[in-house]
Ligand binder design. Structure first.
Ligand code: AMP
Ligand code: GLY
Length: 439
């Protein structure tokens, strides 16, 4: 199959590498891969093209020129801009929701409306469009206050704070930027990410993962796009996926179909396991980054088959997905300054040495090649080092060995990714989690 991947991060590199590993019995690659714009990691397995990925016509023209059988859209911005609509209108299969369906991520107020209609459990929320409404809404909730920019904000739209003045300051900043606000109840308890592949009718869950959003160890510091992730979750209740499918994913997909805007692609369910049960923290309309980097290496069913079936509305033909029993841990190596303005253009070395280690792979997230072929940093999250192993402890050790072999001046990473989960006794944790869920 000829597949065009849209995007340039670690998530897209994970997708590209999963697709590249699908081989015939004669060990020939099954797919011809293209990516736009891609990155040097993706460039190892795909032909790279320069295009404005938020321009639906430009992406469609590229897909036509390379005679793509399937386009896979990684990030949210092209989806919200209507890239999937344009590609599909040209008769090319596209994995990713329409602009209207992508509003599940593009507008938090829209997502709340869909959840209310579908009876999906989520935090109680109030929409505010001016200062007075924001003040009134904040008075209705107790600290910690949760103030969200309604629209896409590249991971910087949400402030969770005990301080009313900080909550108001964020509200004002969003209003000044012309955005609506969603102010909502605080959700306690651990967060998990569950990606559900859907063709608009059938829904297939992937394995759950956990992301680490804060910049510093011990969940301190500012929110980021994600500093690491692991899968599986040995501490989670055994029926977690079933619960999410029944109470969140299927009702949401059904509600979108009922509205005449079926959601096709991956419904990212960001969930909190609170003391009062499962609640949706957010929906995204695409794979999570960096969770994808630990979920896809564990998927044994060929990914291309799943994505194409979803794009062609025949996901019911795929059957149950098969998973490796191996665990995966990824650690993000971030540039100096991230999640603020990152320092870019610094040499990155040691990637090959890390990859020579067994069960270690390095996915590129924010890298570029200089004219002389030298690898340099080109974004906030620079590399995702992935370790695989028989359990989380083994996977984590490998990921950190990989990280230790990489050099990037001023870079930082968390040292506690998957630490607690790898130390916990699964049975004890399962008991605790089910008590939490049934309380
Ligand atoms: P979002 O962009 O909605 O995913 O929010 C980013 C992060 O803010 C989430 O992953 C949570 O860690 C935190 N967050 C969002 N909503 C809430 C909430 N209602 N209660 C507690 N934390 C939240
Ligand atoms: N890892 C969080 C996200 O992809 O939004």
């Amino acid at each position: 199959m000829r597949i065009l991947i849209i995007g340039s991060g670690g998530r897209e590199d994970a997708i590209a590498h999963s697709l590249a590993q699908e081989q015939t019995e004669q060990t020939q690659p099954v797919h011809q891969l293209h990516a736009a714009p891609g990155n040097p990691g993706i460039g190892r397995v795909a032909t790279l093209h320069t295009v404005n990925i938020n321009d639906p016509q430009a992406v469609t023209a590229l897909a036509q020129s390379i005679k793509a059988d399937l386009v896979v859209v990684g990030p949210e911005a092209p989806l919200v801009a209507g890239v999937a609509d344009a590609v599909r209108a040209a008769g090319i299969a596209c994995f990713g929701p329409s602009a209207q369906a992508a509003q599940l991520e593009g507008s938090k107020a829209f997502a709340k409306d869909v959840m209310a209609a579908a009876g999906v459990p989520t935090a109680r929320a109030v929409v505010a469009t001016d200062r007075q409404q924001a003040e009134q809404a904040l008075a209705e909730f107790h600290p910690p206050y949760v103030v969200k920019n309604d629209g896409l904000a590249a991971g910087k739209g949400v402030v969770v704070t005990d301080q009313l003045d900080q909550a108001l300051a964020h509200a004002q900043a969003c209003l000044d930027a012309g955005a609506k606000l969603v102010i909502e109840e605080y959700l306690d308890g651990p967060e998990i990410s569950l990606f559900c592949i859907t063709d608009g009718t059938t829904v297939l869950p992937l394995a759950p993962a956990q992301d680490f959003k804060r910049a510093l160890d011990g969940d301190q510091g500012p929110n980021t796009g994600g500093m690491g992730a692991y899968s599986p979750l040995p501490w989670a209740p055994a029926d977690l996926t079933d619960q999410v499918m029944e109470t969140v994913a299927r009702p949401t997909v059904a509600e979108m179909a009922k509205r005449g805007t079926p959601f096709q692609g991956v419904l990212y369910c960001g969930l909190a396991l609170t003391s009062r049960g499962l609640r949706v923290v957010e929906f995204n309309a695409r794979f999570g980054d960096p969770e994808t980097q630990v979920v896809l290496p564990r998927l044994k069913t060929p990914l291309a088959e799943v994505l194409l079936a979803a794009a062609q509305g025949r996901l019911n033909q795929v059957g149950q997905l098969e998973w490796s029993s191996q665990a995966a841990v990824t650690v993000v190596v971030a540039a100096q300054g991230y999640p603020g303005t990152p320092v870019t253009g610094r040499p990155v070395t040691g990637v090959e040495r890390a990859e020579q280690r067994q069960n270690v792979s390095v996915l590129h997230a924010g890298t570029a090649l200089c004219g002389d072929g030298e690898l340099v940093s080109a974004g906030g999250r620079v590399l995702n080092v992935v370790g695989m192993g028989k359990d989380l402890a083994a996977a984590r050790t490998r990921a950190y060995v990989g990280v230790s072999l990489i050099s990037l001046e001023g870079s930082h990473h968390r040292t506690d990714i998957a630490q607690r989960a790898s130390e916990l006794c699964p049975l004890e944790c399962q008991k605790r989690s089910s008590q939490q869920l049934s309380a």
